[in-house]
Structure formats: C-alpha cells, structure tokens
Ligand binder design. Sequence first.
Ligand code: STR
Length: 511
Amino acid sequence: MAFITATLPLMVGLILLFLARLLKRQPKKLKFPKSLPSFPLIGSLLSLRGKLQPHILFQKLQKKYGKLYSLMMGSHYVVIVNDYQHAKEVLMKKGKVFAGRPRTVTTDLLTRGGKDIAFASYSKAWKFHRKLVHSALGMFGEGISTIEKIICQEANSMCQTIITQQNSLLDMGQELTRAVTNVVCSLCFNSRYQRGDPEFEAMLDYSKGIVDTVAKDSFVDIFPWLEFFPNKDLKLLKKCVAIRDTLLLQKYEEHKKNYCDESVRDLIDALLRAKSNIKGNSSFTQDTSLDDDHLLMTVGDVFGAGVETTTTVLKWTILYLLHFPEVQKNIQKELDAVIGQERYPKISDRGNLPYLEATISEVLRIRPVSPLLIPHVAMEDSSIGDFAIPKGSRIVINLWSLHHDEDVWVNPGHFDPTRFLDESGRHIYSPSASYLPFGAGIRVCLGESLAKIELFLFMSWILQRFTLENPPGASLPSLEGKFGVVLQPPKFKIKATLREVWKSCELSDYA
Ligand code: STR
C-alpha cells in the first residue's frame, strides 16, 4: 500500500506526459481555403472578369472570401494571400517549401525554360547561381564606392541635360531610363551610352516589348495551348527576346575575347571567372555548373530587373512630387540644410536625410513595383496558417493588400511620407510589418541595396538643383498604375526649373 501511495504521483505524471505527447502528435485540423466558384476548363475566370486590375480585384475579393482564398486559373490551383502574417509564413518561415516558381509560356520563352534567377524554380543549381550573382554584384571594383561613382556620373550627366531643357516640357521618364540603364550597363557590361545611340534605343525598345507581354497572367499563361494559335503578344515577345539575345551574346563574346583573370570589370567578367573556377574544381557536379545559357539568362535578368524596377520607382516618385509640391519643398529644405550648394550628395548622406528616405519608402508602399510579386509554388504538401496547401499550388502574395491594409495603415490611400518618421521627425522607422516592397526570404530581391542607393542618389541630385512642376495649365497626370510584370505609371511631361539658390552657383563638374 505504501508502495502504491509513493509511486502514485509518478504514475499520474507519466500518464499525463503520455497524453500530452499523444495530443501534440495529433495534427492540427486543417481546412482548405474558401474558393471562388470555378468551372471545368475555364476555372474561376467568370469571377475575375471586369475592369478592375488584378491586384485591386484580389484585394476587394477579401470581403467575401477572407484574407486567404483560392481560385482556379485554368487548370492551376492558386492561393491568394492578402495579409502579412500569412505572407511572412510563405516567404520566411516556410520559405524553402514555397520557393518554387510556376512554369509559364511567356517566362519560359524569356528565360530559355527557367535558366535565370527570378523565374527559375527552386533547385540546388538555382541556389548556387543566385549565390554566385550575389557575390559577383559586389565583387568587382571597390564595391560600393565604384557603384557610387558610376551613379553620380550618370546623375550629373542627367542634370546637365535637364539644364538645357528648362524651357521646354521634359519627358523625365526618358532621362531617368537612360541614367538607370547606364548604371546597369556599367555593372553588367562595363559600358555606357550617349543620348540617341542606336544600340541604346534598341535596348529600350525590346525591354518595353518584354515588360508589356511577359508574366502578366495573360491568357496564354493560363491556357498554354493558346500558344499554338496566332497571338500578337507572343509574337512581339519572341521578337524582343531574339533582339535581346543577340545583344547579350555579342557582349558575352566580346568579354570572352578580352577576359583577364586579374581584372574583373563587370558582372560578365565575374561570372566568367566563376565559370573557370568551377571547371578547375574537382568537386564539380551538375548542381554547380554554369553553362552559357545560365550565364546569359542571368545577365539578362540582372539587366532587365535593374532597369525596369528602378526607373519605375523614380517615375512614381516624381509623379507624386507633382501632386504633392509641399513634400518636394520639405525634401529641398532638408537637402539645403544638410548638403547645401557647395557639394553634391553622396551615399554617406543617406542617414542624414530622413525625410527624403521616408518619401522613397512611402512611394514604395503606395505604388509597389511588383504588386503581386512573382508567384511562388508549394514544393510539397504544406499549410499556411490553418489552411491546407497541396503540393504544386501557386501562391500569390498580394503586396498591394499588405501595403493598403486598413487594419494596419491609417488612411492607406493617402500619400504621407511622415508615416515613416518617428515623433522627432529626425529618424526613419518602420511603422508596420505589413510592408515588403522587395519581398522577403530566400527569394528576396537581389538588387535591394543597389536600388535603394540609386533611388536615394538620383532623387537627391535632381532635387538639390531643380524644382519639378506640372506644366502650367495642364491637368495633373493620373496616379493610377497599369498592372504588368511591374506596375507602370502613365507617361507624363514636366517643367524643370533650376532653383533660385542655384542660379548664382558655379559648382565644378563631377569627375
Ligand atoms: C524586364 C524586361 C526585361 O528585359 C527582362 C526582365 C527579366 C527580369 C524581370 C524584369 C524583366 C521585370 C521586373 C522583374 C525582373 C525580375 C525581378 C523583377 C520581374 C521582365 C520583379 O520582381 C519586379
């Protein structure tokens, strides 16, 4: 009896432990996300009709279906995520599980069947290539200071052009595109272009054609069999990709001819060096190879992404400054106080210009470059929150919803840089986790830091010297974007005037 009394607490404890284990092992009851009505072949297409752009439509559909719901794009099961808790689970907590990418007709055409970084699905080889590019981008020259020099040279050349155009209406889009393209050309090919260079014009042309036709959930991506019918968009995409490929190949051949192990001048050189290192390494495997297709497609990615994204954000920033001249005045006041007229802005000024930084952050919130990111694919059966997600599902993160969530942001439709400033107004801060302009996790934007430097330097150089206004008498350009692989602002012209304080300044040319 005494034995039983003595061991009773121990036995009860053991039984409780056993029960607790059992309960823990019991999987959480998962349910499938609510689904939009869908029909054989066409999927949920009937619910997706109408004039609303996809990111706005997906945001609206939350009211009826909840923050996370599903639909069918043709025969593909797609899950739409509209809130940051679920988005973070997909991108970060379960980043590897959801690191796949769908194969589509247009992206396969652009990337030779997924031999790039952005649209290629997750694999060991992909991971290896991404790492290579990541280190290659910072490797040549002296890293940041080389990049700073390149950007400032382009900013200076752009400002010179603006000075000569003060009395006419200026398409800033063109000037910005040229400046940004030249920065990326320097990084990728160690070359730059003068205004009007035919090769440069050809680049702008093909890039526009690609942006207009690739990866925008066009019909041919939803119903791949449409590929075999005449299709204007697909024809244009094929033509543009062919022009791009000829250009890339030409640059590649030139680099191979002049390659020197000692001086790595740009991204192509860095990749050539990696290629020769791999060859000389005995642990060479299929996963650590770098064939010509991979090399070319990777350069194409960096080039295309580098040009289209940064240019788009700069255009949006200027468009918002036309609508909010008081924001422009505040930035100029800050620039005058911190930098003045004796010298040009440099990277190390970034921490001292919080209002400008806050303005750029607000532009990236209110008009995200990529409102639906690039779709992810579940590589195995998994879950998001309490929802079951079968292997192969496509996951669309609606960044637009995250950035315009009424539960998180005060008056999210309103442009207000001060939401990114602390109470003193002297420090930039992050007011919410519902903000991922560059995505997150293992597929986070490779160019995030380069982009931030470019946005900061270009905007500070322009606004230090010029005031930008809507042409007198003209109505303000619309703030509505056009959805595609990037969210594009409308075309617009501006009047740029040298600021009064600068009229008497003689600043030496930037060298
Ligand atoms: C722009 C046009 C071009 O010539 C090449 C590319 C490939 C990379 C793409 C880029 C595009 C558009 C913006 C993308 C980028 C990869 C990452 C970036 C989609 C189509 C974004 O996610 C915004």
